[in-house]
Design a protein around this ligand. Sequence first.
Ligand code: SAM
Length: 194
Amino acid sequence: MTDKPFSQACENNKRPILEVLEQAFATRKHVLEIGSGTGQHAVFLSANLPHLLWQTSDQAEYHAGIQAWLDEENVLNCKSPITLKIGEQAIPDKLYDGIFTANTAHIMQRDEVKLMMKQVSNVLPPRGVFCQYGPFTENGEFSSQSNADFHASLLERGCGGYRDISELTQWAPSLTLESIYRMPANNLCLVWTK
Ligand SMILES: C[S@@+](CC[C@H](N)C(=O)[O-])C[C@H]1O[C@@H](n2cnc3c(N)ncnc32)[C@H](O)[C@@H]1O
């Protein structure tokens, strides 16, 4: 049996994220989560949004941890992870009417984020919703010194680092950025609709 991976950040941000998704996903039915990570968001958010069918996904090495959370919480509307690494697998077309991702765009390489925005933009049906949580820059500006420092440390580790909202907008031609929610710890939740 796999020990459950644990992220304190997920514990801290899951309730504020739920408040956004309660509105944004109110009329959605089938949601894909890109980069489920530990699986903590998936079990909490799906349990609190029981009208949704929630599909977890990530690179294969994360699956055992995600499954450990699913097994323990046994949330009936949360499904075992599929393998999805943007750049290696394509997001399934026309299957999901909502897509959620948290804290992935600053980890991915720039080209992967570009591809994610393009694919999300293509696969969502009309009125589909994409909720994207994490740290971003706006007009090239960091919202805090700690965010600027974190970005520099990500680049040192070989991650792509923070993306600017203007880049994301450019890469998602058929999405409209409906709302920008200001979240705790200088994070944002971007709500896009098709
Ligand atoms: C910082 S973790 C965030 C995990 C979780 N969503 C959270 O908020 O705690 C970054 C996640 O992005 C995923 N990731 C990195 N590159 C990816 C890619 N190209 N396609 C899909 N997921 C990717 C990682 O596997 C990891 O689960």
